[in-house]
Design a binder for this molecule. Sequence first.
Ligand SMILES: Cc1cn([C@H]2C[C@H](O)[C@@H](COP(=O)(O)OP(=O)(O)O[C@H]3O[C@@H](C)C(=O)[C@@H](O)[C@H]3O)O2)c(=O)[nH]c1=O
Length: 190
Amino acid sequence: MIIEQTNLPGVVILTPTRFGDARGFFSESWNKQRMAEHGFDLDFVQDNHSMSAEVGTIRGLHFQSPPHAQDKLVRCGQGAFFDVVVDIRKGSPTYGNWTGLELSAENGKQLLVPKGFLHGFITRAPMTEIIYKCTDYYAPDCDGAVHWDSCGIDWQFDGTPILSAKDAAAQSLAEFDSPFVFETAEGSAG
Ligand SMILES: Cc1cn([C@H]2C[C@H](O)[C@@H](COP(=O)(O)OP(=O)(O)O[C@H]3O[C@@H](C)C(=O)[C@@H](O)[C@H]3O)O2)c(=O)[nH]c1=O
């Protein structure tokens, strides 16, 4: 397992070891004990799996607010997508900053998206499947979205994306009153 930091502290890239043989490969996509040894103590309670048929489908940018905020561990089951996270913790030195990474069935990379970050992605291949683990259950009353095109993200896509009605009507980052506050070792920053 390779663990790499991104430009957003707490958002990390995980690349599980793949053991290849004549049949294909084997990899451990999640090992709670090993991740705890690296300082990531995560209790996942729900796994999600969605498929997007068309290239250029955007799902996001989403969050669940406290008390049902979720850490997510995201990977690609089939195809490829550009996965994006945005820091929305009030008082964070990186508030509003984003990072993005290509996740594909081929590269096997995973992105850890902590609480306090928006999450979304755009598909790069037809019939793309995303699989992700969450540390809290789906709570529709806490479900929220920020408009995909309001955070200065370079989606590396020229066309008109395919969106849900909810995502098309989402508020912009500028008008968004985030429920998350940046926490330091000493407590909250705000
Ligand atoms: C997220 C979710 C949705 N649903 C239902 C609600 C709705 O009827 C249907 C589709 O929901 P959505 O349109 O919100 O699905 P989607 O747009 O794929 O939402 C997901 O997007 C990515 C980017 C995330 O990060 C996820 O946390 C989640 O917000 O599935 C559940 O039953 N459980 C869940 O955990």
